[in-house]
Design a protein around this ligand. Structure first.
Ligand SMILES: [Fe+2]
Ligand SMILES: [Fe+2]
Length: 145
């Protein structure tokens, strides 16, 4: 059935891998929300803690936006799954977050490139810019003490 529609098939598989990537992105945002609450609780001062909570609010926004896009594509609400646990020690957690933010920038740019000038493309390009900014904050705390 599908073999007789090669165009449809390739569109379908492209669509389904984009969906899979959005699912991964939803899980990643969910993990960051949990992790950053933990890091905020270990922050050395109120200023750092508030900034971490602002970053966490960005992740909540990303999570909601990506969940919305996932639902629009699939008709199914994504069920977030926690993947990698966040380190329990403050500096290790900062390093983990810095690295994760950087990898996420690349991942979101890849998704945005494939999605092109669509709502998905715009959402992931905007989120990539936020994650880039988050990476800089985590790096600044890593080098400050
Ligand atoms: Fe995010
Ligand atoms: Fe982030």
């Amino acid at each position: 059935m599908i073999d007789s529609h090669p165009g449809l098939y390739s569109r379908f598989s492209q669509h389904s891998s984009l969906l899979e990537d959005i699912r991964k992105a939803v899980n990643g945002e969910y993990g960051a929300i949990v992790c950053y609450e933990r890091i905020a609780g270990m922050a050395p001062d109120a200023e750092t803690r508030n900034r971490i909570l602002e970053i966490r609010n960005d992740e909540i926004r990303h999570f909601q936006r990506f969940s919305q896009l996932y639902y629009r594509l699939s008709g199914i609400h994504p069920k977030p799954v926690l993947s990698e646990p966040c380190p329990a020690e403050y500096r290790a957690a900062l390093r983990f977050a810095f690295q994760d933010e950087q990898e996420t920038v690349d991942f979101y740019h890849e998704i945005a490139d494939r999605a092109g000038h669509t709502d998905i493309g715009h959402a992931f390009r905007r989120a990539a810019a936020d994650e880039q900014n988050h990476a800089v904050w985590f790096l600044s705390w890593l080098v400050s003490r």
